[in-house]
Design a protein around this ligand. Sequence first.
Ligand code: WTA
Length: 651
Amino acid sequence: MTQTRPASDHIDAMLHEDRVVAPSADFQARARMGREDYDRRYRQSLDDPDTFWSEVAGQLHWFAPWQEVLDWQPPHAQWFVGGQTNIAYNALDRNVARGLGAKTAIIWEGEDGEVRRFTYAELLAEVKRAANALTALGVEKGDRVTLYLPLVPEAAIAMLACARIGAVHSVVFGGFSVSALADRLNDAQSKLLITADAGQRRGALVSLKANADEAAALAPSLEKMLVVCRADCEAPMQAGRDVWWHDALAAAGAEHEAAPLDSEHPLFVLYTSGSTGKPKGVQHTTGGYMVGTYLTTQTVFDLQDDDVYWCTADVGWITGHSYSVYGPLLNGATVLMYEGAPNHPDWGRFWQLVARHRVTILYTAPTAIRSFMRQGDDFPARADLSSLRLLGSVGEPINPEAWMWYWRVIGSERCPVVDTWWQTETGSIMLTTLPGAHPSKPGSAGLPMFGVEPAIMTRSGEELGADDGGLLVLKRPWPSMLRTVYGDDERYRKAYWGEIEGVYFAGDGARRDADGYYTVMGRVDDVLNVSGHRLGTMEIESALVAHPSVAEAAVVGRPDDVKGECVVAFVLPQGGYTVDPKELRAHVSKEIGALARPDAIYIADALPKTRSGKIMRRFLRQIAAGRSIEGDTSTLEDPSVLERLAATPSV
Ligand code: WTA
């Protein structure tokens, strides 16, 4: 381990890779897990996984015990084989039974300042009613239910109600468009859509119901729509199809027994971008996901009984599934949920929330941290942030400068910062430091979590040593691993276990230092990471060419100070049309969602292609970043295209 430096010389050392920030003695003394505990348990998790995982899973409730911890038939894994459990039962009934009924489970704050609270007993009562309401609407075990909701407590209640009856939820982020929603409804063949009349965003109402109606018209499998009243309950309702959430719950019975489900029963599908044009439905199952999120939330966030835990992610993303809902509730934690924008009414909103609800653990994304950093230190300085004791980061690489700001200004050099690397597919955190056990190195995610065996490899599967950059792979399955791509097992085999023989390929580039810390550099495939959200370049390209004025399109990422990466589009106009950039941006928003809107558009007369017709995105990335062209251009059919493009202003 490198020498720990004192905390004070951080600024000048900011960009040095050898910077190390150790947790304070005070934090270490109270932490759940120290260095020796980690070393011992990590070793056990690899050498004797059956004992390790049995111990963890045994802390949760099973209706029937498992016969085998892992059945691994590459690339298919089954965990806790033969066991029966229910994740909603474990998150609610179990916690009420162990005396947490009166403890606050969810504190929710709306953008308009409204606050709602649910104790564990109250949340359980709501989820029981919602489960009965789903059954009354004809939803059965194994049916898919799509959620298209703002971040309101009903989102968590609906997820837990699905889980309680064994229905498979598919949450679609409320910022996604009609066509994105319709695609996901159709792929999952959902029977029921749960939405809201509207959501609040920067003081305005966003009509989700109107989008839901349009998408429903394109989704033949859909039978019913359940509508949460978040605004004024005035949305038009289609007779025979639409039911208000509050009416359905009022009519539903209060008693409900959670269904005992097979450990491998599907829990949810969550769509994410890959390197093809079509988002994939990442499928997770019950037992392994439950055990993975339970253990990681407890250890990575060092959960203590009196914590107020806030993960700022929307439930539309995996972080919202694992660390706003399932992981913390399984642990009986008090969770804060905030509905709105971080800058409403101003950039101090997050810090006011921390102060008002005495938040102790804050888990957010580097893009948010960089936005706050830009607004200066005054906003956080105006709020009392003394309740905070631990900070977390997720979603993209955090640059050391943003890390230091987070640690210094938000955490007052008192709160450890955990940088957590994982993916929709991994279900739970894979690489991080444990706050009481390990020093952090700004910019580096850290060490493997229990049961995780990472390596750095070349494309041909050759393992690389310390400090060599390569591809990040995981060498064995872990409980919360995706089981397949919904409806497309072939894609699962190819994309994850077929790229490099015998290992899980994450799609990221990374390196490991001499202390075993992993630094994740970013995607090596055609996936962009914009504000911590995955976007496939091919998805955006298909959206662009769907517009009549575009004949051909190529999309690349450009480094961005706040978003990490932003979308740059190169488009070739269709003969007889002129490209209107404003209209094209609106079109992409309509096809995918506002987050996919190109920041810059180059209207080109040709794209750099090889003689075989392949677009050389490498050169487009250089042009988009305003860099000079580097690399061998001789394979291009017409190298002069590059000069013309470089001289074209973007719009
Ligand atoms: C990136 C989000 C560096 C990475 C949980 C990964 C990160 C993708 C980190 C998954 C991190 C996530 N450091 N990169 N701490 N966390 N990533 O599926 O490229 O939305 O492959 O899951 O985000 O994004 P996803």
